[in-house]
Design a protein around this ligand. Sequence first.
Ligand SMILES: Cc1ncc(COP(=O)(O)O)c(C=O)c1O
Length: 419
Amino acid sequence: MNPGAQADSLRSFDPELASLIQREHERQSSTIDLIASENHVSHSVRAALGSLLTDKYAEGYPGRRYYSGCGVVDDIETLTVDRAKAVFGSEHANVQPHSGSQANFAVYQALIPPGSTILGMDLSHGGHLTHGAEVSFSGKFFRSMTYGVDRKTHRIDYDHVRALALHHRPSLIIAGASSYPRIIDFSIFGDIAREAGAPLMVDVAHIAGLIAGGVHPSPVPVADVVTGTTQKTLRGPRGGFILSKASHSSKIDSAVFPGSQGGPLMHVIAAKAVCFREALLPSFSEYARSIVENSRIIAQQVMDEGLRVISGGTDNHLVLVDLASLNITGKEAELALERAGIVANRNKIPYDTRSAMVAGGLRVGTAAITTRNFGVDEVVTIAQLICQVLRDPSSESLRARVQSRVREMCERHPIPGAD
Ligand SMILES: Cc1ncc(COP(=O)(O)O)c(C=O)c1O
């Protein structure tokens, strides 16, 4: 059945749900998505996701399944693994993790016993929940130590990371972040891990596409294990993956299945294969370069308008804006922008005293607008509109003006793959 016929069938069987999906389609089409962890996938990724592969149970790995009828899905998973290895140049890849968090859970299970010490980036300095936050399994099952960024430069304080690692001798060192706008020096992390005698895990969930496109250094040569997601800058389906040295492969594989998951989502694995194929094309490097260029344009424009940008700029797909000078919280900024058709999220900034629900910053990402091919002038305009709304968040006339500019721009840039 073609996608049009599939949509017709859903509309006639479940009009209530079909109309909700249609509303979401309209929301995405008519707003500008600046959520740094989101993107818009291609028709091909969407086709694999909507395929009948969702019907197949395939517990185990290619050639070692607990079900019959797995010949075809074996070939699909092998193809996906081979492409992941080709994209990142890794010795081993596991493409079964249902998400980035599941990937991290599996790695901890593979490498360290419960109760051991992990050293990761503090959530409020840009790290992820699964790097040791107390509300997550990572902070509950492990003794979590955290490092952060320098108060002035907002760059990772590598000397502090080294001092903590040598003092606490963690069983695992974790690099990687959810809201850190600068290049992460994985070679320094590699040195620190060696000096401390700990394995190094790097979580590239956010920057996987930038690494694939050659605009951020790769951790693969220095890390024992690399985890990531396919849905962010890599522009694939929601899902996780794990890359590792060959020596860790069997521990990693058994920590994913049967250690922490059941049957793999074969339709998602197929969609990951499409996304890795796309990432191997020369045009993907161009895409990655444009993501960073657009991010730099936004950072510069926001600073030109007198706002403070954390670390004074960006090297990657995201910009973290400090809202203190505007006397507005992240929560208020997020709401005002959404009402005007610009979707970004509140975010803690380093040394923020507000809770994550309120937050003193705004995180802006450029992966999705770059996919929609917004031009340089339009990206400048987006930054200007953001600043206007942040300066006058309760003005109804401004909201209406910005929203109509946003709609005009969105009409010129339909979401690829969403018709
Ligand atoms: C650095 C990092 N790791 C892991 C994850 C978790 O990914 P998921 O939401 O797929 O579980 C995220 C999500 O934003 C992330 O930023």
